[in-house]
Design a protein around this ligand. Structure first.
Ligand code: ZN
Length: 141
């Protein structure tokens, strides 16, 4: 399979069957994101362990395929990480999407979103879930 086809398959799969889809009850943290240019709406729920790692993460919302897939892949990639590690991964992901030669260290299947590089107007779709995740930690860091 060509790498582009593989990436397309990953995005389709996660947009149609988003992983970790649903809500977490309080006292889980909640962060929200809205992308008016596309109509994407995402809410991310995070349950922390006593040691401060992301023990549980879920999301809900209505969004385009890029946004759904990116948020679904994000939940898989940040589970078990500390908040600082998750926010570092956010920066890596955004750099990866915005800079031609940026490294993709630790991104795993999130690299499937690399096609967004060619469509800067979809950047907000690909990063909305991450902004919602960061929003869940606002006032804490
Ligand atoms: Zn979108």
């Amino acid at each position: 399979m060509e790498i582009d086809e593989l990436y397309q398959t990953i995005i389709l799969d996660h947009s149609k069957r988003p992983r970790n889809f649903g809500e977490l009850p309080a006292p889980a943290r909640k962060g929200e994101g809205y992308n008016p240019s596309c109509g994407d709406e995402i809410a991310v729920f995070v349950g922390e362990s006593s040691s401060g790692t992301i023990e549980q993460i879920k999301f809900t919302g209505q969004a385009c395929a890029i946004c759904m897939a990116s948020t679904s892949l994000m939940t898989i990639q940040v589970k078990g990480k500390s908040i600082a590690e998750a926010l570092a991964l956010k920066r890596t992901f955004i750099d990866f999407l915005m800079q031609e030669a940026a490294p993709a260290t630790g991104l795993g299947n999130l690299q499937a979103l690399g096609g967004v590089k060619k469509f800067p107007q979809r950047l907000k779709c690909a990063t909305l879930g991450w902004h919602a995740l960061e929003g869940a930690f606002k006032g804490r860091m």
